[in-house]
Design a binder for this molecule. Structure first.
Ligand code: 26A
Length: 344
């Protein structure tokens, strides 16, 4: 990176979660009625998972939370600290300390809302081969409130940012904050980027998702998430390209900047959909022995993308960097990196 970016160029909001990750047999998933590659919210019946992973499966603790992952990865690639700012809610405990330390080590400027007496959120990551199944216990993360964004110093950070990124996951927590950030981005004509995050978001949170979508300049998602969106909309076709074209054609507040959809599909090519055009970007397929786990691959893709997008690079470069970052973190545990970034 040669150019210098303004501090706080990119602002994100999300759920700061500590990942508790372990390799488990398939019957462990079955025991909790989970499928490979799920991403769900924990219910009461899932609560024993976290303890079981620690006691029976030598679980690793890793910094997680989808948006925070993406911003950490963007920071790693940018090499210039504090370009990205993250808001989310944590408890006042050891897990919050780990998250903050990992975020700051990457150069991310975190401004957590702290909720005393509620534990920091965790996410069980159940690894089965090249699949990962996620079960999030949001805990403190679920207590984020809009007044955190209205504190003068935080409001200044939101007002001064040039780019905004929020996950679909955050729709489960605080849609008013999403709408406020979206409205700020719109008023200042700055890009607002969002992620479909998980099939359950389209299945159960379509109303707030549809409220935010008109503000979204770039929407990210994987094939399962795009399909879930299409099904919830009762669109006839299951073809990913058609889904992408329909997504970009949906109502938009600022029609002078047409929406872009970027759909990933594992090791199959990434689709870039702009109006009627669909472009493909190949993904380098890793050998099975190179794969540590796929947890955070989608977040790292977005992180790599954002690291270039905030520098004004072409979509082509942004997507290539997304693919680079995803490939790198798949070779590492969870959404973590090793060494210096090698994207040129
Ligand atoms: C609201 N939910 C379910 C979630 C998440 C989540 N981040 C925010 N909200 N469920 C899983 N994650 C995070 O996704 C990353 C992998 O993409 C996990 O913490 C994991 O690091």
């Amino acid at each position: 990176m040669t150019s210098t970016l303004q501090e706080g160029t990119l602002v994100g909001c999300g759920n700061p979660l500590l990942d508790i990750s372990a390799v488990v047999p398939l019957d462990f998933l079955q025991k909790y009625s989970m499928n490979e590659d799920d991403a769900i919210l924990a219910e009461d019946r899932h609560m024993p998972i976290y303890g079981e992973l620690v006691e029976g499966f030598q679980a690793e603790f890793l910094a997680g939370g989808s948006v925070q992952n993406s911003l950490r990865i963007a920071q790693w690639i940018l090499r210039q600290p504090r370009v990205a700012v993250f808001f989310g809610c944590v408890g006042e405990d050891r897990y919050a300390g780990i998250l903050k330390e990992k975020a700051q080590a990457a150069g991310l400027d975190v401004h957590y809302q702290v909720k005393k007496d509620v534990p920091t959120g965790t996410c069980a990551v159940l690894i089965t081969g090249t699949h990962r199944s996620l079960c999030a216990n949001l805990a403190a993360a679920n207590n984020f409130t809009i007044d955190h964004l209205e504190e003068p110093s935080n409001k200044a950070l939101v007002d001064n940012a040039q780019y905004y990124y929020i996950s679909g996951f955050f729709l489960t927590v605080n849609p008013p904050s999403i709408m406020q950030v979206a409205a700020t981005a719109h008023a200042k004509q700055r890009p607002f980027l969002m992620n479909l995050s998980a099939p359950f978001i389209s299945q159960f949170y379509m109303t707030p998702l549809l409220a935010a979508l008109p503000y979204v300049d770039i929407i990210f998602g994987n094939e399962a998430e795009a399909q879930a969106f299409a099904e919830a909309q009762q669109w006839p076709s299951g073809d990913l390209r058609e889904i992408g074209k329909r997504l970009v054609a949906m109502e938009k507040k600022n029609p002078t900047r047409p929406r872009i959809a970027i759909l990933t599909q594992g090791c199959d090519p990434v689709l870039l959909i702009q109006q009627d055009s669909v472009q493909e970007f190949p993904v380098t397929k890793l050998a099975v022995h190179e794969i540590v786990d796929t947890n955070g691959a989608g977040d790292a893709f977005v992180g790599g993308f954002l690291s270039q997008f905030v520098q004004g690079k072409s979509l082509d470069v942004c997507i290539r960097c997304g693919n680079y970052a995803a490939g790198h973190i798949i070779k590492n545990p969870g959404c973590t990196y090793s060494g210096e970034p090698e994207f040129v």
